[in-house]
Design a protein around this ligand. Sequence first.
Ligand SMILES: NC(=O)c1ccc[n+]([C@@H]2O[C@H](COP(=O)([O-])OP(=O)(O)OC[C@H]3O[C@@H](n4cnc5c(N)ncnc54)[C@H](OP(=O)(O)O)[C@@H]3O)[C@@H](O)[C@H]2O)c1
Length: 245
Amino acid sequence: MTGASLRNQRVVVIGGSSGIGFAIAEGARREGADVVIGSSNPDKVADAVTRLGGGAAGQAVDVRDEPGVARFFATIGPFDHLAYTAGDWGPQRDGGGVADMDLTQANETFAVRFWGALAAIKHAQPHIAPGGSITLTDGMIAHRPRKNAALGTAMAGAIEHLTRGLAVELAPVRVNAVCPGYVLTEVWERIPEAERAARLQRMTERQPLPRAGNPAELAEAYLYLMRGGFTTGQVLLVDGGLSLI
Ligand SMILES: NC(=O)c1ccc[n+]([C@@H]2O[C@H](COP(=O)([O-])OP(=O)(O)OC[C@H]3O[C@@H](n4cnc5c(N)ncnc54)[C@H](OP(=O)(O)O)[C@@H]3O)[C@@H](O)[C@H]2O)c1
């Protein structure tokens, strides 16, 4: 698993129907890997598999449903690399202010991005080749807290510490994470086009690289962490320098 290429390897991307995950699947295909993508909406999965073309397959899986996650990985069988980019964007995303926090609802902040990742790892790891890899995803809220988002900061930070813990537990399978800054994926389409450019400019103008990243630039980090046979327990910040300001 230490070669410089993913050729003939098998890569699974949970969250691969959109955004960063789709770009990882595209990049892995370009290097000659076989790719399996999963996400909760069967139509999105089918559409993404068509766009990826030959060498790609997909299956619907909702990471909130542990038995479904177990079935997903049992069906897929052995593979080399797992990338996990599944993320939801609901009202509980960052948790809200602590004074009014409904602690049962607070759990929702962790449901897809943290507990979903753990469910995927639990059921994926028996199928991953020794020297293969797992790459998780968090976000810059882990490093740059803001008001009314302490839970989001805790959740993203938990993913980074899960990465370190599992790198020890699951070796020789390598476990790393990517921490993206602002990335122009489909999620930004929720903001009306007229507002989008100005808002992104405001959010990124102080960065050393004053723009949002594109999904392919993020995918490079995941592909490196799959190939990088001596790298484990690391969190790679790909943020245009946001962490420096
Ligand atoms: N874009 C950014 O600016 C940015 C910044 C920092 C961090 N991130 C993080 O990077 C990750 C990917 O972001 P993105 O922008 O690529 O998002 P995206 O385009 O919305 O992709 C998210 C993926 O997750 C899947 N998903 C959502 N809920 C799921 C569930 N319950 N089970 C299985 N799959 C599920 C979605 O497909 P279905 O709808 O079919 O389920 C989709 O394929 C997220 O964790 C996000 O928090 C993104």
